[in-house]
Each structure stands twice: as structure tokens, then as C-alpha cells.
Ligand binder design. Structure first.
Ligand code: IVH
Length: 693
């Protein structure tokens, strides 16, 4: 049977549309449609491809889900060696590198003046190479030893920020071959979540996001890589046929235009003092961004100069890595404390002598679980190595054995719950010790904190302190009690206190306006989609991804409650452990009662057929806030922008659309002016957000 041409046209259009939204979402971070709409287009394409198998294509967006597992990886030779970088450990060494570069260029008679440079973040991930032939991704591989790497195409295809085909202009011919290089990484928040999940099921945790990313792309089963939210920053064009480029900045522009994810903060400079400033700026920015960076890379822009400068050993002379101060430190571990989490797990944490790591003072660090402590042989009283990666919670890497005196104490989790005094249990085969008491105060308080948190119901204004106080007052004993609160319960409630110079305690109380805001936030939370509600319930092992899988399959809570563990684990991506946990949750009468009350409170317990989002007039616009505004705080301004679909970024760059300047604006104002960005006063901003409403 021949497929009617209008069907193949429709398939082609759907693919282009999905590719476009994929690019908007994963590469530009500026989605235009809701996830639900994307899913609908995706399902439509999948159906057509199933019905007309002859239309299937390896480049289709439906092929990102993860192919069958491999026996082993094959080795591949890189068309050009993947080089490494010489280091500059301080600004002096950076200057020295610059002087050598200038001299070599002048000696070669290439140019009497000095070179231009590009400054990039040095991403701490896994270097990979992607080969596109006639516009299609045909191979992706690891760096390996620089000459030969491993073919990990199947895993890399699951990374949405990697285009399966080059984005071409109408009528544009793709180059015969182009090799794109970049660094695959796991965003810090995902890394943290991932480690928590591993610790909860007793699997060893990863020491840092790089190991987690490397472990994910070197999985023989691509379906595992598909479930990890990996991303990529591309930073180089390697081998090409049919594509002539003259400089690195031109290569980056080519990459952006053809759909690759290039860090928007990368810039080109002609003046080396600006290069040094840019390196400093990256060191500052390090704690703010959602990926690990361990330095800044400075590259000479002109390719003609690259050829003149050449390579020494494995390091090109045209690039250098300016390394940041290490984000590890050594300190004294005083004691090991224990928290009780929302599922009753006893979580050990290290209490340490305060120490500065990567620019932040640290005095506490998570220790995951007892087995992890034993594996690393961490003892109370030890000197320990602390590591901090970006804004990830600091970790204890391990003890400094040489510093032991013999007085260090091995640690055991208590037999008694530190919160309620119940006897703790350690179920067979689990590494986690638990408090079995469902009414344990810590468990209740922690589960309410989870419920109101940003990723869950996102009830702004109900912070951790308020939850704790409301619990103490007996006003919150169950998740559903939140929706039974009365304004009178809250007005005048002490939320925190400060101490004045005379040592007098000054309580801070909730005012009527904040209470009104809390009630508005509670009202807004009734609109949260079903999968968020499901996640917020705090069912063991049901993180946000699993909640989405379950909601997408069962569509409403009744179907999910009625499902057997077998039916639940039949959902793609859900295993028997999760299925069992879901069953256990709904087997408890008090959980059923909570669900019933939340339902009565008006929360969403089913997938809304048409999950149309509210209009987003600021979609695609990036704002930067600086200075103080008289009528509203940062968080409020951010909320307004986000509610209208806009984004708020911490620094001014190419991608900035508006700078909102309050009183006493900082250097961001100057930067925005330099870049010719639109600057809004407080009044302009207020009128903008009220107008687009
Ligand atoms: S350029 C000269 N640019 O650093 C060619 N590398 O130590 C070397 N890396 O193996 C690559 N961010 O994995 C380059 N913006 C960036 C980078 C970067 C991270 C890694 C890459 C490479 C290693 C070299």
C-alpha cells in the first residue's frame, strides 16, 4: 500500500513542529506551548508512524525514548583528535599565556596587533563528539583517550538538547559532514534529587554531577539514559566537509543557528583586561548557575591564528583553562546529627566546624544513610574533606585518615526515633532505618513542608517555620488541614523573632496582608495539575517524574487507587518497588481520608482533558531585576513576571530583554545600557505587568 502523500506531508509537518518545540524548550529554554500540547502532537505523530510504518525515520522525535540495550559499546576513531587544555592557575598565568600567544602571532608576521578572544565556562561534565552527515546525527561518542572513544549514539539521542537533524533555513543545503563537540552534564538540581532517590533505595550515591552524567551516558541500556534529565553545552566545531569557518565565534554562531545549545553568556573580547574580568565574572557566577563549572576557557578567536599557534603535546596553544579555586576543603567533623524525614527515614548529617568551600561558609552536610557513612568510614571527631559543587548541598567526601588520633567514634543510627521516641526499624534489604510511627511529629511536619514546597503545591508564604509553628499550635496535623485554616488562626501568629541589642526578644508576627497573600496562594494551588498533587502527597518513591508517568497513564486518582501493583508496574518507567509503595500508600485508611479531604478542598485529582495554560503574554521574555523597588519585593516581581510566562535571570547578557531598575541599581544597569537593552523603571514595570494582564 502506498501512503497517501498528504499523510507523509502531515508526518513531516508534525516532526518539524515537534522539533521546533523541542528546540524552544530544551535549547532556548523558552517554551511556547504547554507540556500537554506537546504530548498531544507527539501522540499524533506516534500514531501515524505506527499506522504507516514505511514513514518511520531514525530522525523522528519519537525515536528519542531509548532503544534496546546493547551488549557492549563499539570503539570509534575521532576524525580529529579531541585535545585537552593547558591550565592557568591564577591571573598571572593567564597573562603569561596571553603574552606567549601575542608573541607567537607577531613572530609569525600574522598580525601586528593582538588577537581577539572568546571566554566560555569550563563545564565539568563529559566531553562528547557528535557527527552529522547530510544534516542527520549519525554518531555520537565519548572522548575516550582523545583518539578513540566509545560509540554512545543510542544514549545521546535521548538527550533532547541534542538535535537529531540540523536546523536548516528553507532551501539551505546541510554540509556533507560536520562534527560538533560539547560537554554533557546533569543539572545540579537533578543531581541532588537523583542522589536522594538512590540513597532512599540503598544504592550508592554519586560523588558529583560529572560522575552521575558519565554513569548515565555510559549505560548499555539507553532507556536508563532517557530517564535522566541530561543536557549539553556545545563548545566547538571539529571536523567538517563542505563547511568553511574562519573563527571560533563564527563557529558558535553557526552552531546556534543550526539548533545547538550554546551558553548564552559566552562573549568575544578584543581587550585582554576584559578577558580577565570575564573570567572573574564566571568565578562569581559559579554558585548561581545550575551546572558545575570548574573554570573559564579562553580561546583565541581567529582560526588562522589557531593554525599558527598549533598544538604542544595534547594541548592547543590557542586555548587555556583558567581554573577556579577548588571547591573542597578540610574541616573537623564534630558530631553526627539525625533528622527524621517525611517518610520516617532517619537521615544522618554532619555537624562541622564552619569552613569556607567555594566561597560559601559551610557547617552542615548531608551523610545520606548509615551504609554510606560506613562505606566511607566517616567517624565522629574525624577531619573530613568537604566538597561543594555549585549550589548543591555540601557533601562529606571522606575522612583524612592520617589525621586520626584514635579518639574518633564510629557512628550508629539510634534505636529510638529522635523525634517521637518510637523504636526504629530497618526493613530487610533496606539501608534506611525508619521510624514506624505514622503520627511522628517530624514525619508530619516534613510531609507538610514537602506538600507546600515549590516543586509540589507551591504555596508561597507558607514556609518551613510557619509549618512548624502551626504544627506546634495544633492547627496542622495533616496535609488537608492547610485548607481548613482560618484567617484568624494566622493573623498575629509569630513566624520568627529577632533579638535586639539589649537581648530582648522581638517577635515577628504575620500581618493581615501576608495572611491575605497566603489565602490567595492556597486558592491558586487548587489549580495545580493532577501530577503535581500526586507528587505533593509524598508517596514513597513517587518523585515528580514518576508522578507524571502515573498521572499520564491512570488519568485520575480513582483509577490509580483501584490498580493492582501489577497494573501499576506495567506503566513504562515504573518498577515493582514504586508500584508496591503506591499500593501501600492507598492501603492506609488515614491516607484515603487525606485524599478525600483534599478532594473536598477542591484540588485536581484528574488530568484535565484540555490542560490549556492561561495566556502567557511575556513568554520568551527574559527580565533581570536590579536595585530595590518601593512597592514590591524581588520575589513578588519575579512571581508577576513568571505568572505571565516570562523568565527572570540573575545577570544581564545577550538573552536579556528587559532590565527592571529600582533604587540604587548596581553594575547590571551599566551592562544593560552597554548592550542597548530596554530599561524599565519601577513605574514602567508596574504598568507593563498590569497592561498585559
Ligand atoms: S575546548 C582545545 N571548551 O575540558 C579543545 N573544552 O581539559 C579542548 N571542557 O576535554 C576543548 N568546557 O571536556 C573546551 N568550553 C569548553 C569546555 C571544555 C569543558 C572540557 C572538555 C575537554 C576538557 C579539556
Amino acid at each position: 500500500m502506498v501512503t497517501p502523500s498528504e499523510i507523509s506531508k502531515q508526518v513531516e509537518e508534525l516532526r518539524q513542529e515537534l522539533d521546533r518545540h523541542n528546540h524552544l524548550y530544551y535549547v532556548l529554554d523558552q517554551p511556547e506551548i504547554s507540556d500537554a500540547d506537546y504530548d498531544r502532537l507527539f501522540a499524533e505523530l506516534k500514531q501515524l508512524e505506527q499506522k504507516y510504518p514505511e514513514l518511520q525515520s531514525p530522525d523522528s522525535p519519537t525515536r528519542r525514548v531509548g532503544a534496546e540495550p546493547l551488549e557492549s559499546f563499539t570503539q570509534v576513531r575521532h576524525p580529529l583528535p579531541m585535545l585537552s587544555l593547558a591550565n592557568a592557575r591564577n591571573e598571572q598565568e593567564l597573562e603569561d599565556w596571553h603574552n606567549r600567544v601575542d608573541k607567537l602571532i607577531v613572530d609569525a608576521g600574522l598580525k601586528s596587533e593582538s588577537a581577539a578572544f572568546v571566554v566560555e565556562p569550563k563545564i565539568d561534565g563529559l566531553a562528547i563528539s557528535l557527527i552529522y552527515e547530510n544534516g542527520s546525527l549519525v554518531r555520537g561518542s565519548t572522548r575516550g583517550n582523545g583518539e578513540i572513544g566509545e560509540d554512545i549514539t543510542a544514549n545521546l539521542r535521548t538527550i533532547h538538547a541534542i538535535p537529531l537533524t540540523l536546523r536548516l533555513e528553507a532551501g539551505e543545503e546541510p554540509p556533507a559532514v560536520v562534527e560538533v563537540r560539547g560537554e554533557v552534564y546533569l543539572p545540579l538540581a537533578a543531581f541532588q534529587r537523583y542522589n536522594q532517590e538512590r540513597a532512599a533505595v540503598g544504592e550508592p550515591t554519586f560523588a558529583n554531577p560529572r560522575n552521575a552524567a558519565a554513569g548515565s551516558v555510559r549505560q548499555l541500556d539507553p532507556r536508563i539514559a532517557a530517564r535522566r534529565p541530561l543536557s549539553i553545552w556545545c563548545y566547538q566545531v571539529g571536523y567538517t566537509e563542505g563547511l568553511e569557518l574562519n573563527s571560533h565565534s563564527q563557529a558558535l554562531d553557526w552552531l546556534i543557528a543550526h539548533g545547538f545549545k550554546i551558553n548564552p553568556l559566552i562573549e568575544r573580547y578584543e581587550d585582554f583586561t576584559e578577558v580577565i574580568e570575564a573570567c572573574r565574572a564566571w568565578e562569581q557566577r559559579r554558585a548561581e548557575v545550575d551546572y558545575d563549572i570548574d573554570g573559564a576557557v579562553v580561546k583565541v578567536d581567529s582560526y588562522a591564528m589557531h593554525n599558527t599557534l598549533g598544538v604542544v603535546g595534547r594541548d592547543p596553544r590557542w586555548a587555556v583553562a583558567y581554573k577556579f579555586a577548588p571547591s573542597t576543603a578540610v574541616t573537623h567533623l564534630l558530631t553526627i546529627g539525625v533528622n527524621v524525614g517525611r517518610t520516617g527515614a532517619l537521615n544522618p548529617y554532619a555537624v562541622m566546624e564552619p569552613v569556607e568551600v567555594g566561597g560559601v561558609t559551610v557547617s552542615q552536610a548531608t551523610l545520606h544513610n548509615e551504609d554510606d557513612i560506613r562505606r566511607k568510614d566517616i567517624r565522629e571527631g574525624d577531619w573530613v574533606v568537604i566538597q561543594r559543587a555549585g549550589d548543591v548541598i555540601p557533601q562529606v567526601v571522606g575522612p583524612v585518615i592520617q589525621k586520626r588520633t584514635g579518639s574518633e567514634r564510629e557512628f550508629r543510627l539510634p534505636d529510638i526515633c529522635p523525634s517521637c521516641g518510637s523504636h526504629t526499624v530497618r526493613p530487610e534489604g533496606e539501608v534506611v532505618v525508619r521510624c514506624p510511627n505514622r503520627s511522628c511529629p517530624s514525619q508530619i511536619v516534613e510531609s507538610i513542608k514537602h506538600f507546600v514546597s515549590k516543586g509540589a503545591m507551591d504555596i508561597e508564604g507558607v514556609g518551613e517555620r510557619l509549618v512548624e509553628n502551626l504544627y506546634k499550635l495544633g492547627l496542622l496535623r495533616n496535609l488537608a488541614d492547610i485548607y481548613a485554616l482560618k484567617e484568624n488562626d494566622l493573623v498575629g501568629l509569630e513566624v520568627s523573632h529577632s533579638v535586639n541589642k539589649q537581648g530582648k526578644r522581638l517577635p515577628q508576627r504575620l500581618q493581615e496582608t501576608s495572611v491575605a497573600n497566603i489565602f490567595k496562594a492556597l486558592q491558586d494551588s487548587r489549580e495545580r495539575l493532577f501530577h503535581r498533587v500526586l507528587f505533593a502527597l509524598g508517596i514513597r518513591h513517587v518523585g515528580s517524574i514518576n508522578a507524571q508517568l502515573l498521572a499520564g497513564h491512570f488519568r485520575n486518582i480513582d483509577e490509580l487507587m483501584a490498580a493492582s501493583p501489577e497494573e501499576i508496574s506495567a506503566v513504562d518507567g515504573i518498577g515493582p518497588v514504586i508500584a508496591e509503595a503506591v499500593r501501600d500508600y492507598f492501603a492506609e485508611a488515614h491516607n484515603l481520608e487525606t485524599v478525600k479531604r483534599l478532594r473536598e478542598a477542591g484540588l485536581q485529582f484528574e488530568v484535565v482533558a484540555d490542560e490549556e495554560e492561561t495566556p502567557k503574554p511575556l513568554a520568551g521574555k527574559t527580565f533581570v531585576l536590579t536595585g530595590t523597588m518601593a512597592s514590591l519585593g524581588r520575589a513578588e516581581a519575579k512571581e508577576k513576571i513568571e505568572a505571565l510566562g516570562g523568565k527572570v535571570s540573575g545577570s544581564v547578557g545577550k538573552g536579556t530583554d528587559f532590565l527592571v531598575a529600582g533604587e540604587n541599581p548596581g553594575s547590571k544597569l551599566r551592562k544593560a545600557e552597554e548592550l542597548g537593552k530596554k530599561i524599565l523603571s519601577e513605574a514602567d514595570f508596574l504598568s507593563l505587568v498590569s497592561r498585559v494582564r
